[in-house]
Every structure is written in C-alpha cells, then in structure tokens.
Design a protein around this ligand. Structure first.
Ligand code: SF4
Length: 381
C-alpha cells in the first residue's frame, strides 16, 4: 500500500505495515556500514521514543536528535530578558504552557508566578490580544517562541494588534529559522551525518525547496517526514534507498500535509512583519548569523524589545549541564552527568528536560522509565 493511500492515523500505526517497513530497512541497510541519520524536529524525537522505533531498527542505524525543539535551543539569557520586563507590576507576562517550567537564572516563569509575578498561560497569540483587551490598564507582553511553524500566527497577531491600534500589547520575539541551524550543524567539525529526517511542521510553511542546498552542496539526502511511526520508518527507507544508489535529493514523504512550495500566505505574513536578525544566540550552538527573526520597524510599537529596557545578558548553562553536547548529538541524553539524578522532568536543570519535544525529556519519559520499571520487575520476581 502506498503512503498516499493511507487516510487515518490508525493506519500509520498498523503493525503489519510497520513490520513491512522495518523489513525493508533491514534489507536496504548495508551491514558493513554505520548510518547516522539526524531527525531535525523535536516532534520526531518524541515519536521515536514514544513508539519505541529505535528498538525495531538495525543496530547500525543510529538516530541523532537534532535542534528542532524551540524551547530547548532558547538561551537562558532570553528567558531572563523576558522575565525582567515583567518585573514591572503593570505588565502581564503571557506565554504558551511549554515555556512555564523553562529555567532562567532566577527560576522559571512558574516560579516567578509563585513569587507574585503576573504570569499567564495562553493557548495562542490571539489569546494574548484578548487578555490585553480585557485588561486595558495593564500591559500584556507575549513571549513568542518557535520556528517557522509558529511564526506566522505571531505575524498575524501583530498585524491584528496594529489594525486594532492596541496600545497595551507587545511581543517579545524569539522566533528562529531552521535552515541556518542545519547549516551550523553541518559545519560542526565533530559531526558526521549521512542524511536527515526533515522537519514536517516547519516544512508546512517553508516547503521543501529551501533544503535543496543540503542535497546539492553537502551531498546529504533529506526526506521531509510525518510524525506517525510509519511516516518515520518510510522516511528512513527513502533515505537508505538514496544512500544505496549514491543519491542526495530532497524528497517529501509528508505530501499529505507539506506542499513543495510551502504556504505562500503564511510566508507573506511573515515577510510583512519580520526581518532577519544579523545574528542570534542558540543554546548549544552559539551565535548563528541570520538565524532568527526580529520585528520590523513598521511594527515597532508592538516590539517589546524596543519598548522595554532589557538586560540582554549572555548567561551560560550550569557547569555540569551538557545540554549543548546533547543538542548537537555529540552525547546521548543519558550520557549527561546530571541525567536522571539532578535533572529530571520534575526538576529540570536544562531546557531539554522541560519540553516534551526535548530529547532528554523524551528519553526519560519513555526509555528511562521503561528500563527502571523492568529493573524493578526483575528485582521483585
Ligand atoms: S539531562 Fe538536563 S542538564 Fe543534562 S543535557 Fe539533559 S536537560 Fe541538559
């Protein structure tokens, strides 16, 4: 059955189809080779652990977790900057739920809330607009984060704020772009990769064309992938076929969602509101040029960075935390000295342990807990 004939989520989890794809992977993988494939997107990392996909792959296929979890790549200094604006008692700090437990140097937004800061969870940027309309005597600052997946909704929110002339609302823009991050990883001297399971969510907006340079210049195949088990396994089949044939092309496994040319309306909204920053700091990857978005001057009234004085300090991660190495795929989550002892999902030290898309949290929640349960079981037997 071809993937485009599948219509329902259950079909992408069908054991028979999954076994067929796994057999095909075993058939295509050259036993004399070790394959290192990077899944760029945090959603893929989560699915790989959740569905135990590593367990059905041959040992010579290693999946490297990439930088596609936006919470994980945000440096601590930006969290401190956002929280510093909300020290002003007239300001309401609004953000998505996954930001709430991300540690800053003086604690997470949730810990600041416990100390009296007005911190609110919103489910979309437009909820933050409603919050501003409901609190005309206060200022609502929305902490915007994410790749090109979420940047269009922030752009539309800014356009709406401008059309409403909403004076008590601003956005602290932390949107980043995926292509420069992939480029930085490929430039990393300690990184050897054979191909990429490409990001499905981001590609619904940017399409497939921006990845063509990877295939052309870096000679690495890239398969844009969906998030169900069968999607990911089919993408690995497509990568192995290309590697076997000595090819390096961009392919789209996620055709049911990702248009090759992307979403023109979303791209137009982003172009109206954002421009590239000259450089931006990424946790674990350092400063990457033209890798993030800032709000254009025509929207300056709604740019929190322009309205407030922010410290803009660079903050290094706690010394023993090895988030940078894990983010670059140099270390596996469990190889970090703090994993599972000082750093757990309940008490995260690094951002990779906070977001469900973070590789440390995904590994902890699925692999680590499973191993711990099996160990307890055999101890009590
Ligand atoms: S275990 Fe914690 S400190 Fe270590 S890499 Fe993961 S998130 Fe960072």
């Amino acid at each position: 059955m071809g993937q485009n004939e599948l219509k329902f989520v259950d079909e992408f989890r069908e054991p028979e189809l999954i076994h067929k794809a796994a057999d095909e992977i075993r058939r295509l993988a050259d036993p004399s080779r070790h394959y290192r494939l990077m899944e760029v997107c945090g959603g893929h990392t989560h699915a790989i652990y959740r569905f135990g996909l590593k367990d059905i792959l041959p040992e010579n296929i290693e999946l490297i977790h990439g930088p596609g979890c936006p919470v994980c790549v945000l440096p601590m200094g930006r969290i401190d900057d956002g929280l510093s604006m909300a020290q002003d008692p007239t300001v309401i700090f609004a953000a998505f739920g996954d930001m709430m437990r991300v540690p800053g140097t003086q604690g997470s937004p949730l810990e600041h809330k416990a100390r009296g800061m007005d911190v609110r969870i919103v489910y979309s940027p437009s909820d933050a607009i409603k919050l501003a309309q409901a609190n005309p005597e206060r200022h609502v600052m929305f902490f915007a984060i994410g790749f090109e997946t979420t940047a269009p909704s922030t752009a539309l929110t800014l356009m709406r704020a401008k059309s409403l002339g909403l004076a008590n609302f601003s956005i602290f823009c932390n949107h980043v772009t995926i292509i420069p991050a992939i480029r930085a990883i490929l430039d990393s001297p300690d990184m050897r990769l054979d191909g990429f399971v490409g990001p499905g969510h981001v590609s619904t907006v940017i399409g497939c064309r921006p990845y063509e340079w990877i295939a052309a210049n870096e000679k690495k195949p890239m398969v844009i992938s969906g998030f169900e088990p069968l999607d990911i396994l089919q993408s690995i089949v497509m990568l192995l076929r290309q590697l076997k044939n000595g090819e390096a092309r961009v392919e789209n496994q996620y055709k049911r969602v990702v248009p090759w040319e992307g979403n023109r309306a979303a791209l137009a909204a982003m172009a109206e509101v954002f421009q590239l920053r000259p450089y931006f700091e990424w946790r674990g990857l350092g400063f990457i040029s033209q890798s993030a978005l800032r709000i254009r001057d025509s929207y300056v009234e709604w740019d929190a960075e322009q309205r407030f004085n922010i410290p803009g300090l660079r903050v290094t991660d706690p010394k023993a935390a090895q988030c940078g190495e894990v983010l670059k795929g140099v270390l596996k989550p469990a190889q970090c000295k703090l994993f599972g002892c000082e750093c757990t999902p309940e008490h995260p030290i690094g951002a990779l342990m906070v977001s469900t898309e973070g590789s440390c949290a995904a590994f902890y929640n699925y692999e680590h807990r499973k191993t711990a349960a099996l160990t307890n079981l055999s101890a009590s037997a």
